[in-house]
Design a protein around this ligand. Structure first.
Ligand SMILES: *[C@@H]1O[C@H](CO)[C@@H](O)[C@H](O)[C@H]1NC(C)=O
Ligand SMILES: *[C@@H]1O[C@H](CO)[C@@H](O)[C@H](O)[C@H]1NC(C)=O
Ligand SMILES: *[C@@H]1O[C@H](CO)[C@@H](O)[C@H](O)[C@H]1NC(C)=O
Ligand SMILES: *[C@@H]1O[C@H](CO)[C@@H](O)[C@H](O)[C@H]1NC(C)=O
Ligand SMILES: *[C@@H]1O[C@H](CO)[C@@H](O)[C@H](O)[C@H]1NC(C)=O
Ligand SMILES: *[C@@H]1O[C@H](CO)[C@@H](O)[C@H](O)[C@H]1NC(C)=O
Ligand SMILES: *[C@@H]1O[C@H](CO)[C@@H](O)[C@H](O)[C@H]1NC(C)=O
Length: 630
């Protein structure tokens, strides 16, 4: 009986599939140069949103605002490193619930352009690739390197079957799927790698789905990024000549729809550089030209969001350039998901080409200035090593990297003893610029200064034979774009003191987040002082209120901050341009006591406190040579 039922269901399932695939289709029309949805001419006006940069409590709010802006699609990336934190260990739950997000998008009647990588750039840690790939130090990422392919195939073997039922012709809302990402900007230009990916995507998703590539509008990028069998699209911002940009797409796709897969509404920020903005008027004018040409467009970003925790990436251009915690991007929806003037201008352009949905745009989310909160309880990082690094430390003659010790991000402590007395002073320095990316130096627990990749290669210290030398080394995010994304972290090369190479290191991987979320505040005695890596803890209540806010760190220097165990990200007000961290209301409790933990790495203010304000401040940059050489 059971067997019969099963057979019957298979038959019915087959019939259903048959029916749906004739009803629902999404194709390229090479005669009329457009997409065809269910056989009819179709053009998408889409916006990028990253579920991994928006708290799940706000997914629906942001998507509704995108729908009310007149968009008919959203474009999303899938970060491999977010979903496979360790080899073979997958996480699709909580704020990583990709299918829940896809279902919400469908409920709001929006289509999806999916970009599952496996490399995504996105100004995301290592461009979305897992750092554990680097446990094989000479791995050639994004090539036919066999270890890379093996890991990638295993990941795609988990991801793509989850995607398949969400494809448009299977009854879902994914209309197209991008393969790789701006591959033409990578050094390798390995067509066999792209061919391999094409094979994996086809084998898993079938022949019907539209697969495409995206590259910048230069001949060299398009040459290495495109492949027969993948529809070639381009990306460009409002400063480019729209006609000329699409002429480059036409070199590779003489027929078919014009597509700008990343039309830049704004731009990213680097620590220590000016805040990026793009004029709403220029964005609107260029968007109008794109739409007048009948082209399809995705606005990157429509909602930028936040690089919570340690997820921001970095670029490498005349030196290492880490990206800020805020990914506001000067996008039409702000970091906190609020409609901006830019959104309304864009919406009015869209209204000239397709009907806007009826009804009002949802208002900005309420914000609350909770005011000052004292964080008086200080405990030096070195005093809670046993909590932060519960396993046994590693011993090594010479420094080893984060990757070798399977530390994905955050901090590791490198400890050794001074091999000789230094009477005057001697230069402690990183050979070959080998500090990735910052090292906070302590001698017998006293803060001495900071080494910084590409900026501060050495500091003078003096001390006695046998003094304890500690380097708390911080990753500021792995490089996400360009020629080489094998960006190892920690002490990459030796540390020298005067003329001798330091040896006999004790290395402590630090798991600060687990400690802060589960074992805080530590019972260790509070310590005095205000320099060097230390935690400052305080509590506050917000009777009945749990609205969004922004956290300012007046007088603080550099660090990381948690609220109720949620890692809000990095702060660095002495560099800027970001001066406030976004605090989603969903991280706060209106009924219980809220806990703030600040990890200050360099110098805390006297009478340490933080300040909750109701407006963001993202555009105040300081010249580092003046302000933060402490
Ligand atoms: C998955 O990730 C969430 C955070 O996004 C975390 O709370 C949860 O513990 C993770 N699950 C597993 C099994 O690691
Ligand atoms: C854009 O390029 C086209 C073709 O080269 C040219 O005719 C047009 O004048 C350019 N537009 C602008 C605004 O420069
Ligand atoms: C270290 O001290 C030496 C000798 O006093 C001095 O020349 C040098 O500039 C100092 N280096 C740094 C990085 O402070
Ligand atoms: C990438 O960087 C790593 C580490 O700095 C280096 O070993 C490797 O040779 C580089 N690869 C390329 C292709 O430049
Ligand atoms: C450190 O120096 C030692 C001795 O010269 C050398 O064997 C070792 O490879 C170096 N290690 C690194 C990480 O550069
Ligand atoms: C910074 O941004 C605010 C709005 O948040 C704006 O009023 C101000 O003019 C900006 N300042 C600079 C220097 O651009
Ligand atoms: C920072 O100050 C130095 C020294 O005055 C100057 O040369 C440099 O151009 C300044 N940089 C910025 C970004 O203002």
């Amino acid at each position: 009986m059971e067997l019969l039922l099963c057979v019957l269901m298979v038959v019915l399932g087959g019939l259903q599939l048959q029916a749906s695939s004739t009803d629902r289709s999404f194709r390229i029309d090479y005669v009329n140069n457009c997409f065809l949805k269910d056989g009819a001419r179709f053009r998408y006006i889409s916006g990028s949103i990253h579920y991994f940069r928006v708290p799940p409590a706000y997914w629906k709010d942001r998507l509704l605002k995108m729908y009310m802006s007149g968009l008919n699609a959203v474009q999303i990336y899938v970060p491999w490193n977010y979903h496979e934190p360790q080899p073979g260990v997958y996480n699709f739950s909580g704020d990583r619930d990709l299918e829940k997000f896809l279902n919400l998008v469908a409920e709001l009647d929006l289509l999806v352009i999916l970009r599952p990588g496996p490399y995504i750039c996105a100004e995301w840690e290592m461009g979305g690739l897992p750092s554990w790939l680097l446990t094989k130090p000479d791995i050639a990422l994004r090539t036919t390197d066999s270890d890379y392919l093996q890991a990638m195939d295993r990941w795609l073997g988990v991801l793509l079957p989850k995607i398949k039922p969400h494809l448009y012709h299977n009854g879902g809302n994914i209309i197209s799927v991008q393969v790789e990402n701006e591959y033409g900007s990578y050094y390798a230009c390995d067509y066999n790698y792209m061919r391999h990916l094409l094979g994996v995507f086809r084998a898993s998703l079938g022949e019907e789905v539209v697969l495409f590539t995206t590259d910048g509008t230069s001949a060299s990028e398009l040459k290495c990024g495109t492949l027969q069998g993948l529809y070639a699209t381009v990306d460009f911002g409002p400063e480019e000549n729209v006609t000329e940009a699409f002429m480059l797409q036409r070199l590779y796709e003489p027929k078919g729809p014009l597509v700008n897969s990343e039309f830049y509404t704004g731009w990213l920020d680097y620590w220590g550089e000016a805040h990026s903005t793009k004029s709403a008027k220029k964005v609107a004018n260029s968007l109008q030209k794109i739409l007048e040409m009948g082209a399809n467009v995705n606005m990157y970003m429509f909602q930028g969001g936040t690089n919570f925790g340690y997820w921001s990436g970095a670029d490498y251009k005349d030196g290492y350039k880490p990206i800020t915690t805020s990914y506001d991007y000067d996008a039409p929806l702000s970091e906190a998901g609020d409609p901006t003037d830019k959104l309304y201008i864009i919406r009015s352009v869209i209204s000239k080409f397709q009907e806007l949905p009826a009804g009002p745009m949802p208002p900005p989310t309420p914000k609350f200035a909770y005011g000052y909160v004292s964080v008086p309880q200080r405990v030096a990082l070195l005093d809670v090593l046993a909590i932060l690094s519960p396993s046994l430390p590693f011993y090594s003659s010479y420094p080893i990297t984060f990757e070798a010790l399977k530390q994905a991000h955050g901090f590791m402590l490198y400890r050794t003893l001074l091999p000789q007395e230094i009477v005057e002073s001697a230069l402690l320095s990183a050979s070959r610029n080998g500090v990735h990316d910052l090292a906070y130096v302590l001698l017998n627990g006293e803060y001495q200064g900071t080494l910084e990749r590409d900026r501060v290669n050495g500091i003078n210290i003096s001390g006695q034979l046998g003094d304890t030398l500690d380097l708390v080394v911080e990753s500021m995010g792995r490089i996400n774009f360009g020629a080489n994304d094998s960006d190892f972290k920690g002490l990459i090369h030796n540390i020298t003191l005067g003329t001798s190479i330091l040896s006999d290191w004790i290395i402590y991987p630090l798991d600060i987040d687990t400690a802060v979320a589960h074992a805080w505040p530590p019972t260790a005695q509070s310590s005095s002082g205000h320099t060097g890596p230390a935690f400052y803890t305080g509590t506050f209540t917000t009777p009945g209120i749990s609205e969004d806010s922004y956290l300012k760190l007046p007088g603080w220097t550099k660090g990381q901050v948690w609220i109720n165990g949620f890692n809000l990200g990095r702060f660095w007000p002495v560099r800027g341009p970001q001066q406030t961290l976004y605090v989603p209301g969903s991280f706060l409790s209106g009924s219980a006591i809220n806990t703030v933990v600040v990890l200050e790495l360099q110098e805390a203010p006297d009478n340490p406190k933080v300040l909750f304000v109701s407006r963001p401040l993202l555009n105040v940059t300081y010249n580092y040579t003046h302000k933060d050489r402490k």
